[in-house]
Design a protein around this ligand. Structure first.
Ligand code: ATP
Length: 305
């Protein structure tokens, strides 16, 4: 079953850009899905539409087969959302914040209490139940946010940049927590700027830029692609026929060929192979593939943050 299906989603802000230009996405039940993209790509807008914070201009959204337009309450009840900003009542107690959230979903206090205990224990914040929110560390606060989002038993948990501005230790703690939740069967979608976050957590990834999905693939596939490097080599003589079982080569011009190697492979072996065929290399350069370029852009963007 699909946890989420988005077809031709468009959003034109009245005083702003066309933030989404016809997005199509599918997320399977049980998936851990990452939506990656630089600042302003359209990630938050997409999530905003899903949880009713942003009105779409066009398109169809289904959550566990329920149409957002036809069954907004059912859709809302099946989603838990953790926004980027931590918005907890400063002087409120941890347990009260969590119980109040259940109240917004019409869950009576008597039912919410044991549920809150279960959730707090699972997230390792049970000891902190009587602390004031303001006394918590950043990581603990985020756990309280996650606890709130889980109170109404959502089947889909959405997190907007869950580790933005979080130090390395807390990031790993949050990652492990999310992995555990996913293992228990919860479908998770997160947005992130960090490729390594998506690599570590997500089974599937979509890359969004300027309101369009550029790439939608499994993380495994993506990592394999990123592990390869392509070189362009100019040779001293025309090459008509050069075949190899070991190397992936393509003759691109009379005196030019393209070689694709896994990053761990040794380039020297290839030069020996060319030597055997009496071919000399006059010059060589790295061919940047589209995907690598895309990620370089993402990384550059991350550094400038
Ligand atoms: P970030 O990683 O910085 O959070 P994002 O991928 O989540 O970025 P969005 O916040 O969805 O991107 O923004 C997409 C585009 O829509 C941007 O150009 C942004 O300036 C614009 N935008 C977002 N919200 C509004 C709004 N309320 N009114 C007008 N334009 C908006």
């Amino acid at each position: 079953m699909l946890a989420l299906s988005i077809s031709n989603l468009k959003k034109q802000y009245s005083k702003g850009p066309e933030a989404l230009k016809g997005i199509n996405l599918e997320v399977k039940q049980g998936d851990f899905f990452g939506l990656l993209g630089p600042n302003g790509a359209g990630k938050t807008t997409t999530l905003g539409v899903l949880v009713g914070l942003v009105t779409k201009t066009e398109g169809q959204i289904k959550v566990f087969n329920k149409d957002l337009d036809k069954s907004p309450t059912e859709v809302k009840n099946s989603i838990g959302i953790v926004l980027q900003e931590i918005n907890l009542e400063t002087f409120g107690k941890v347990e009260d914040s969590i119980l109040d959230q259940a109240g917004y979903y019409g869950i009576p206090r008597s039912k919410a209490k044991p549920k809150a205990e279960k959730v707090m224990k699972m997230l390792n914040i049970w000891e902190k139940r009587n602390a004031l929110n303001r006394q918590l560390s950043g990581g603990m606060k985020r756990r309280v946010m996650i606890a709130k989002a889980l109170m109404h038993n959502p089947k889909l948990l959405i997190l907007d940049e869950p580790t933005a501005g979080v130090d390395a230790e807390l990031r790993i703690e949050t990652w492990n927590l999310l992995k555990r939740l996913n293992k228990k069967g919860l479908t998770i979608i997160l947005t992130t700027h960090y490729l390594e976050e998506a690599e570590y957590l997500c089974k599937n990834i979509a890359i969004i830029n300027h309101g369009k999905i550029l790439l939608n693939t499994s993380t495994k596939e993506l990592v394999t692609t990123l592990d390869k490097e392509t070189f362009i080599l100019d040779t001293d003589k025309p090459i008509k026929n050069l075949k190899s079982k070991e190397f992936k080569i393509k003759i691109t011009d009379t005196n030019q060929l393209e070689l694709t190697l896994a990053k761990k492979d040794n380039l020297n072996k290839f030069f020996h192979f060319l030597d055997k065929h009496n071919i000399k290399v006059l010059s060589m350069r790295n061919k940047q593939n589209r995907l690598e370029q895309l990620f370089l852009d993402l990384i550059k963007n991350r550094r400038s943050k």
